[in-house]
Design a protein around this ligand. Structure first.
Ligand code: SAH
Ligand code: SF4
Ligand code: F3S
Length: 472
């Protein structure tokens, strides 16, 4: 297979797209009311960040946002392909839009994101979802204005899913989700090719943004009052490997930490094989870096880890956790687990339970293996029934719920620095916040505190959240 080419988008090409966005704005000028757009986002934070760019472009085109499908002039569905359940939700929702389009035939329906990058998806849309006007993958996101203009002026349908190693486009517009927390993409794509995972197939090769760009964005966020910046990438520990010079992720953390202001730096996701002592040392040194690491282990058995192509053994993983704790005894650990990888036996699964017991994660994201077509694991023998995998999954959850509840109880009586990030939905606790380790906390207090760091004494705890009261 020919190796596809990495494309850095020329600044003039991005400017051209933004010009087209203005032309679209002008096309709408005759309207009494502004056109409406709805953006529906599935999947991970990377997609949330992409949707902020989609909204940025739509705002430049003169669109105002709505939540009502029947009112929207444009509906953009930003999809996730990581598991079948995510895809099925999208198919269901896209199917339902035939009704809104029947009532509003000029409505534009757009499918983008990771699902859209797959040829099989494009084909199914082409043949069976004729109400969808535009399909494009993550690599073509920066060209959204061009596509919308073509649809508005010429109608027809557009499919843009050509395979590339991936683009990097800078200076795209953005409408951030409100609040004191923000995403900041530092790299795109993934080179790890875990055998179960579709992400490298749809998001292209690992490519890092230039550090000046990242620092510039961080400064802007801080100036905007953002207090909690999450650096995004599928494997942030690989940051810089594709850049000239010896910049790496630990170096980037130090640079961000040196920016003036009172803010917290988080990051996700870290791959255990690249989580080095150098990284933990940098985290420990940097006072603005949250003492939390999300380090997906996926499975506890070394044979299964090898079949997953994860690049570490159970012992390697536990050794990395021990190193992290040596540098930061208080570090909060969270992880992802896949239950029922093809060929995993019950005995092998119990190694995962053993890792949970040993590490004592604060929280876990747990999934049952979902075959993704085009990945090696989808072709592997998978003799264990879904029902049995569900039994293992429930065992895992029961164990983790006990651990989470116990870990959370240990917070009671402690005083934590909390970023108040929003309003609560419980009359007794009007505010929500996050600990440095990302734990949800509910508390009473004035809405004016939203966006501020406060000292909070933890008064109660459950499996999923903490409650507390303001002190000092
Ligand atoms: N880059 C990140 C995670 C990306 S996907 C990392 O490597 O950690 C988020 C999580 O979805 C993964 O950590 C994994 O636990 C889960 N996942 C990915 N592919 C899956 C599949 N085919 N079936 C079930 N879970 C999957
Ligand atoms: Fe998928 Fe593995 Fe890359 Fe994460 S590191 S995105 S699980 S291939
Ligand atoms: Fe899903 Fe794509 Fe993220 S497949 S998990 S939205 S990178």
């Amino acid at each position: 297979m020919k190796k596809p080419k990495r494309i850095e988008v020329a600044p003039a090409d991005v400017s051209r797209q933004r010009e087209i966005a203005k032309e679209i704005h002008a096309l709408h000028r005759h309207r009494q009311t502004p056109p409406l757009a709805l953006v529906d986002t599935y999947g991970c934070q990377q997609n949330e960040a992409d949707s902020e760019i989609i909204r940025g472009y739509l705002a430049e085109m003169g669109y105002v946002f709505t939540d009502a499908e029947r009112d929207a002039d444009v509906i953009i569905i930003n999809t996730c392909a990581v598991r079948e359940s995510a895809e099925n939700r999208v198919w269901g929702n896209v199917g339902a839009l035939t009704h809104t389009k029947r009532d509003k035939p000029e409505q534009l329906i757009v499918l983008c994101g990771c699902m859209a990058q797959q040829e099989s998806v494009a084909e199914r849309v082409r043949d069976s979802f004729r109400h969808v006007d535009l399909v494009f993958g993550p690599h073509a996101l920066w060209r959204l204005p061009e596509f919308i203009k073509q649809l508005l002026t010429e109608r027809g349908r557009i499919f843009e899913i050509s395979d590339t190693e991936g683009t990097i486009a800078e200076d795209l517009p953005q409408v951030r989700t409100e609040g004191p927390a923000a995403w900041l993409s530092i790299m795109y794509g993934c080179d790890n090719f875990c055998t179960y995972c579709i992400v490298p197939h749809v998001r292209g090769r690992e490519r890092s943004r230039a550090p000046e760009r990242i620092l510039e964005d961080a400064k802007k966020l801080i100036a905007d009052g953002v207090k909690d910046i999450t650096l995004l990438g599928q494997n942030v520990n690989a940051y810089g490997q594709d850049l000239d010079g010896d910049m790496d992720f630990a170096w980037l953390l130090e640079q961000l930490n040196a920016l003036p202001g009172d803010f917290l730096i988080r990051f996700m996701t870290s791959h255990p094989k690249d989580a080095t002592e150098r990284l933990f040392a940098a985290m420990a040194r940097c006072d603005k870096v949250a003492k939390h690491i999300h380090l997906p282990v996926q499975a506890g058995n070394s044979r299964v880890l090898s079949a997953m192509n994860r690049g570490y053994t159970k012992a390697d993983y536990l050794e990395r956790i021990a190193t992290a704790r040596r540098y930061m005894p208080e570090i909060i650990l969270t992880s992802d687990i896949i239950v029922g990888f093809p060929g995993e036996t019950e005995a092998e699964f119990t190694d995962t339970l053993d890792v949970l017991e040993t590490v004592q994660f604060d929280a876990l994201f747990t999934f049952i293996f979902s075959p993704r077509s085009g990945t090696p694991a989808a072709e592997m023998d998978d003799p264990v029934s879904r029902a049995e995998k569900q039994v293992w999954f429930d065992r895992l959850l029961t164990l983790q719920n006990d651990i989470s509840a116990k870990r959370h109880r240990a917070y009671i009586g402690t005083v934590q620095r909390i970023l108040i990030d929003g309003k609560g939905d419980d009359a007794r606790y009007g505010l929500t916040g996050r600990t440095e380790g990302g734990r949800l906390i509910r508390l009473a207090g004035d809405e004016a505190l939203i966006g501020q760091f406060c000292q909070v004494e933890i008064t109660d705890a459950s499996t999923w959240s903490l409650t507390g009261k303001l002190v000092g």
